[in-house]
Design a protein around this ligand. Structure first.
Ligand code: MRU
Length: 329
């Protein structure tokens, strides 16, 4: 299978300096922002300059690597700060916990090796997810996706979008429906940007048009921010609506995620902490206020799709199917 080459890496390392492709500026401007310290690193995660479950975690590891010469105490303080940025995506916690253990028990050198290994593994996992996903796809198909799950959200080519990128480069004839994803437009701004940059045919729709296009759709491929032991999967808000509609139209609904997104300590999705974000993200469309000041606003960033609505979970280790009972990871 041919590999994909991307024009705009989401992270850049120059010497001991870490830069992010500032996703808040996309698609209008390509801006690489230097991360000058822990305040910058946390701000970048909270304000979604860098985002997507695996990428947030990998970004944190890259950042810690640039600070490996600090005292252990300072490094642990930074780890605590990073853990307090966004609560839902599991990869951040998974990597930081394993990194902390290495640092504590085996020292800085081993902790640094852990970072290098994890980054390389997750890059390869992105390729393997694509390989496993492509085996399921017809060569001529229409795919519906959600949010942004590509190279802007995870190492190498991403998760769900990794399948789409590899389908394209390997000669599949695919069309992609891209919901805009309110309130922050990660679909319209970021997925559309990625697909344009790779020359992949796609159509952006408003979130409420999902049932309108569903009859044309062959596969739904979405990512996950945290997957509970039974397979219940948290992902960008609106994913559960999509799964419910997919079930009505009898369409295959696949979650695509590396196994590092599976949190085996949580029995089911009800235990997943859902990030609730600020009112201003909904109240404004660009510069323009669109909600009266006196209206209440609720802005959960994620929802949980119950395992019963998931046809299969595509990981680097293979595809896990829902055969009536839960996934039992
Ligand atoms: O709030 P975001 O933009 O970080 O949300 C990202 C998503 O929900 C992705 O679909 C998810 O991280 C999984 S794929 C990388």
């Amino acid at each position: 299978m041919r590999r994909v080459v991307f024009k705009y890496p989401s992270l850049k390392i120059e010497g001991n300096d870490l830069y992010i492709l500032d996703q808040k500026e996309l698609p209008q401007r390509i801006v690489y922002k230097k991360i000058k310290g822990i305040d910058d690193a946390c701000e970048a995660i909270v304000s979604l300059r860098v985002r997507g479950a695996p990428l947030i975690g990998i970004f944190a590891l890259h950042f810690l690597k640039t600070r490996i010469n600090k005292s252990k105490e300072e490094i642990f303080e930074m780890i605590e700060r990073l853990k307090n940025t966004r609560p839902t995506a599991y990869n951040l916690f998974n990597y930081l916990e394993r990194f902390s253990l290495k640092l504590n028990l085996e020292g800085k050198r081993e902790a640094e090796f852990f970072i290098e290994r994890t980054i390389a593994e997750e890059e390869n996992n992105s390729f393997l997810m694509a390989e496993n996903g492509l085996k399921l796809l017809k060569e001529n198909s229409t795919i519906l996706t959600q949010c942004n799950t590509g190279y802007l959200a995870a190492p190498y080519a991403g998760t769900a979008l990794s399948i789409i990128h590899h389908a394209h480069i390997n000669g599949y004839k695919i069309r992609v429906y891209v919901p805009e994803v309110r309130p922050l437009m990660q679909g319209a701004r970021l997925t559309a940007f990625e697909l344009v940059s790779q020359g992949i045919e796609h159509t952006v729709i408003v979130d409420s048009a999902i049932s309108t296009v569903m009859e044309e759709v062959d596969y739904i491929l979405v990512g996950a921010d945290r997957i509970a032991k039974n397979g219940d999967s948290a992902n960008k808000i609106g994913t559960r609506n999509m799964a419910i509609i997919a079930r009505y139209f009898n369409k295959p609904f696949y979650v695509v995620a590396p196994t590092s997104t599976i949190d085996r300590s949580l029995k089911h999705g009800a235990d997943i902490k859902i990030e609730v974000r600020g009112r201003e993200e909904l109240a404004y469309c660009g510069e323009k206020k669109v909600i009266p000041d006196k209206s209440n606003v609720l802005n959960p960033a994620f929802d949980v799709t119950p395992f019963k609505l998931i046809t299969g979970i595509i990981t680097e280790k293979g595809v896990f199917y829902n055969n009536g009972s839960d996934f039992s990871f």
